[in-house]
Design a binder for this molecule. Structure first.
Ligand code: WQD
Length: 334
């Protein structure tokens, strides 16, 4: 099976390529390094001991994208990661997000039709649930108004796929990630970006390394067990393996399946900090600050569907999420 992986040098994309190769599936990457570094492909090559074929093109250029399918000839599946994902940036630049995230998807769906692609795995997000009033969320939980244009592009992308799938023989898996963190155990790849991080885990490890004076916990007065926000953190390698599983999923009648990829455990920011301190023996310097606008108070997954239908088993603990994230930070700054 030959699979096109868009965003192959990104955080989830790179870890998924490693898992695909581990399971004898040949990945072809397309990534223009607009948000990631080509060094990530070198990291993958060190882990897998084989070269990765990457096309440095922008998937919003339809004719460029079609060339890949013509050149490769026998692509049967697509895993689509390539999209902008910074919540804060999307509020400042909504058109950048709608143009990039939706045009890329639409061009790919044109290729699904033209080249008779049979499997399509889409990188979605728990942000589609907005601020849920019932927890844990399952795949039938209401899709609430999004908190950001980024989240809106994920909701719209899912709808575009559902509408397209009505007249397609292709099988679509929509994978809703909760909070992916951690890194490959080799520390050869991990979470990285050309932009300073906005999300918790890299900011936490940069603080631990002394690259930042302290971590600000955004809000300590939420209606949760310790006043800080609750999230469902999940190891990036567990997320990666769910994509490999999705490629071989036998669909019954409908040709779109949606899965929550979360651990099923809600963890507060303060609990995550304690887990990091326990796993690494490092005392973290942090203070409680103002709430961050747009933050969801609490969200965590009911992951039964992914476990029962996808056959997805979680392999990594919260402690391993902390230790691999830390090893990656040390390696990056070695
Ligand atoms: C987690 C918690 C913050 C930074 C993520 C991704 C987003 C999307 C949805 C995939 C929150 C708190 C953070 C800091 C803090 N992913 N925090 N101090 O907001 O859940 O969004 O999931 O589609 O791209 O980012 O993740 O890591 O930004 O925040 O206290 O310096 O950490 O308030 O409670 P979030 P996050």
């Amino acid at each position: 099976m030959k699979v096109l992986v868009t965003g192959g040098s990104g955080y989830i994309g790179s870890h998924t390529i490693v898992d695909l190769i581990d399971h004898n599936i040949l990945p072809v990457s397309v990534d223009n390094f607009s948000r990631s570094s080509s060094e990530t492909l070198e990291g993958i090559q060190k882990i897998c001991k084989q070269s990765i074929n990457n096309y440095d093109i922008d998937i919003s250029q339809a004719d460029e994208l079609r060339k890949i399918f013509e050149l490769e000839g026998d692509i049967t599946g697509i895993i689509h990661f390539a999209a902008f994902k910074f919540v804060g940036e999307s509020v400042k630049e909504p058109l950048l997000y709608y143009r990039n995230n939706l045009n890329g998807l639409i061009n790919l769906l044109d290729c699904v039709k033209k080249y008779n692609i049979q499997q399509f795995v889409f990188s979605s997000s728990c942000t589609v649930y907005g601020n849920p009033d019932q927890l844990p969320v399952n795949e039938q939980s209401p899709i609430l108004p999004s908190q950001s244009p980024y989240g809106a592009t994920k909701q719209m992308s899912e709808q575009i796929i559902r509408d397209f799938a009505q007249n397609s023989s292709c099988k679509f898996s929509l994978l809703r990630y909760f909070n992916p963190i951690g890194a490959h155990p080799s520390a050869m790849i991990g979470e990285g970006s050309k932009f300073p991080p906005e999300n918790l885990m890299p900011i936490l490890t940069e603080t631990a390394l002394g690259l930042r004076k302290s971590l600000t916990v955004f809000g300590g007065d939420y209606p949760t067990r310790d006043g800080t926000c609750v999230r469902d953190y999940i190891h990036v390698m567990d997320i990666a393996h769910a994509h490999t599983k999705a490629l071989s999923l036998h669909f019954q009648n409908q040709n779109v399946q949606t899965f929550n990829l979360g651990s099923g455990q809600g963890v507060t920011v303060l609990e995550l900090i304690s887990a990091f301190e326990k796993a690494t023996g490092i005392k973290l310097n942090y203070e409680i600050g103002e709430r961050r606008p747009g933050d969801v108070v609490a969200v965590y997954a009911d992951n039964r569907k992914a476990r029962e239908i996808l056959g997805w088993e979680l392999k990594y603990s919260l402690e391993e999420m902390m230790s691999t994230a830390w090893q990656w930070q040390l390696k990056k700054n070695a």
